[in-house]
Design a protein around this ligand. Structure first.
Ligand SMILES: [Fe+2]
Length: 182
């Protein structure tokens, strides 16, 4: 018997494009998860305690997010990639050989968090145009988490003074993004 058609008010094309984007986010997130867990095990030096704990919080959160992302792809009607081979092909994040210094670990996880955030922002735009609010919600959350993680990691190796946003920015800023219903 044929599988029941998916009739949720989105075109096949939109569901397919968003699923492709989510598959890339899943791949990036998996590789970032793996690196962060690796660094939780292997970090050394005076920042050991801070990083050991911070990396654990981040990889635990990422591990749970993988399931949310994959299940959204399934809800849109496509197969979720689930092999390391596919993740390595889909992701921009590269594996690192050997054990980096604590500071290089921070820089690496920071770059990974920013990469996931940038990609989530692109795919969110697609989802928003297609009226795919559940994906918009999911990616809003992914961006919040990754941008907060990136800030915390950056702060560990940044001793510059914090910079307040320029006053003029409020006049020239683009209108606020349309409010998303929660
Ligand atoms: Fe542990």
């Amino acid at each position: 018997m044929a599988a029941p058609a998916i009739n949720i008010g989105m075109s096949v094309k939109d569901r397919e494009n968003i699923s492709k984007g989510l598959s890339r986010i899943l791949a990036e997130s998996f590789l970032l998860y793996m690196k962060t867990h690796n660094y939780h095990w292997n970090v050394k030096g005076p920042m050991f305690q801070t990083l050991h704990v911070m990396f654990e919080e981040q990889y635990t959160e990422l591990w749970n997010a993988l399931d949310e992302i994959a299940e959204r792809i399934r809800s849109l009607g496509f197969a979720a990639p689930g092999t390391l081979k596919e993740y390595l092909r889909l992701a921009s994040i590269k594996e690192i050989e050997g054990v980096p210094s604590a500071e290089d670990m921070i820089r690496d996880v920071l770059a990974g968090s920013e990469a996931v955030s940038r990609l989530s922002r692109d795919v969110l735009t697609l989802a928003d145009k297609a009226g795919d609010d559940p994906t918009v919600d999911l990616l809003t959350e992914r961006m919040q988490v990754h941008e907060k993680n990136a800030w915390m990691l950056r702060s560990l190796i940044d001793s510059d003074k914090a910079v307040a946003p320029a006053k003029a920015a409020s006049r020239s800023a683009k209108p606020a993004a349309k409010a998303r219903k929660k």
